[in-house]
Design a protein around this ligand. Structure first.
Ligand SMILES: [Zn+2]
Length: 108
């Protein structure tokens, strides 16, 4: 019998917070992502084997991996005291409208 197994990562955006970024020194939106690595059986995720939390600066794209405890503190503080309209963005959606960059630069 052939058994196909492997690993797959699932990335989900949990919240968006406005922080001072230590890399680019800007006060910018930082989405918090949860990256879960799953053991898969016949390409179906069965159970998570690891979970990482990472903050990504939307200005310079720098990534900071934070602990689960730190992530939970951020999530709880954000849900009880929302900082900005950016945080109204639902998980899984982008803070920036996807068609923002598709406008023509000049109108003729
Ligand atoms: Zn930055």
């Amino acid at each position: 019998m052939l058994i196909i197994f492997g690993f797959r990562s699932k990335v989900s955006q949990i919240i968006v917070m406005v922080f001072h970024c230590p890399s680019c020194n800007n006060q910018v939106a930082n989405p918090l992502y949860r990256i879960r690595r799953y053991f898969t059986l016949f390409f179906l995720p069965v159970f998570p084997v690891s979970t990482k939390y990472t903050l990504v600066c939307t200005m310079c794209n720098s990534r900071r991996i934070i602990s689960k405890a730190d992530a939970e503190v951020l999530i709880n503080s954000e849900r009880s005291h929302p900082q900005s309209p950016l945080t109204q963005v639902r998980p899984g959606t982008s803070a920036v409208p996807p068609d923002l960059g598709s406008f023509p630069d000049k109108e003729n």
